[in-house]
Design a protein around this ligand. Structure first.
Ligand code: SAH
Length: 309
């Protein structure tokens, strides 16, 4: 499995007290979105506000920042406070982004950014249940205000469905055995902590190489809990139609399961509608300098589409 999955551990000193999340590919994002001309930008995944800050500093007049994680928004409110009413933070799922624009009477915007996946604060931070590096409640929700936790879902999922999830979202070859072991343990005691889940998976999947054998299953369950791959195509299509002429939509992904739908949808849009042009025929990846400094950037890929007419 790819190296970015190692991210479930913290190699950031001080991450316990001060959430650190270095925005990836900032130069490439600026080159794609061109905020120097001003205008209204939609950041679909504002997170800790890193990219939003870069856009505002480069000249964006206004940024609307969406995130489904209330803790991320609270943090972004602090880090972006100096920009005053040039920033508006909205607690929403980005799949509802067109409604967020409707509510503000914005037919079109001058650029859209989506930096998909989880932030370092979510992965590494305490109390979120994303990481097998610490033993805590098995939550894994990005939006902690609603929906079932990983523990809730594991308590009731059918064994075959669970195996499918672990195979499809984690590319775990031992998915059937892992699902069987989870269901066997749960018959006697509920699985409520990251430590319990990790030890079940490690018992079934032997270690090979550097990667913790629990990595793939943890990724799969995280994607499942947050429905990360659901509705991506509709999301991309609906927001592409809200670009002003000359505006671009840039998307950063961190694994092929996410990159594939972005690639296909953008290609299809450019092919079927002459209003749209692919800015990136191939995905753009970060330079060596960046990946050396920020390991999270290793698997990042950026794709962008532009509205030309
Ligand atoms: N670009 C940000 C970091 C983004 S990390 C920065 O520079 O700080 C990805 C963020 O996307 C996380 O905060 C996560 O909560 C959010 N997210 C993931 N899926 C989402 C969804 N469906 N709707 C809204 N936000 C989502």
């Amino acid at each position: 499995m790819r190296a970015h999955l190692l991210n479930s551990g913290s190699d950031t000193p001080g991450a316990e007290t001060m959430p650190v999340h270095v925005p990836v590919m900032t130069a490439e994002v600026l080159a794609a979105l061109n905020p120097q001309r001003g205008g209204v930008y939609l950041d679909c995944t504002v997170g800790l506000g890193g990219h939003a800050r870069v856009l505002l500093e480069a000249g964006a007049s206004r940024v609307i920042g969406i995130d489904r994680d209330p803790a991320a928004l609270a943090h972004a409110a602090g880090t972006l406070a100096e920009f005053g009413d040039r920033v508006e933070l909205v607690h929403a799922d980005y799949r509802e982004a067109t409604r967020v624009l409707d509510g503000r009477h914005l037919d079109v915007v001058d650029g859209v950014l989506a930096d998909l996946g989880v932030s370092s604060m979510q992965l590494d931070g305490p109390g979120r249940g994303f990481s097998f590096q610490r033993d805590e409640a098995l939550d894994m929700r990005m939006d902690t205000s609603q929906g079932p936790t990983a523990a809730d879902l594991l308590a009731r999922v059918d064994e075959h469905d669970l195996a499918d999830v672990i195979y499809a979202y984690g590319e775990e070859r031992r998915s059937r055995a892992v699902a069987r072991a989870i269901v066997a343990v749960r018959a006697t005691s509920p699985i409520q902590t990251t430590g319990q889940l990790a030890s079940i998976v490690r018992r079934v999947v032997g270690r090979s190489g550097r990667i913790d054998p629990a990595t793939r299953t943890f990724q799969a369950i995280r994607v499942w809990v947050n429905e990360e791959l659901t509705g991506l195509d509709a999301f991309l299509r609906s927001l592409t139609r809200r670009l002003a002429v000359g505006a671009r939509f840039a998307v950063i992904t961190f694994h092929s399961l996410e990159d594939r739908p972005v690639k296909h949808t953008f290609r299809a849009l450019a092919h079927e509608d002459e209003q749209f042009r692919l800015v990136t025929k191939k995905s753009i990846t970060p330079g060596d300098d960046e990946t050396r400094l920020n390991p999270r950037a290793r698997s990042a890929r950026l794709r962008a589409i532009e509205r030309v007419g």
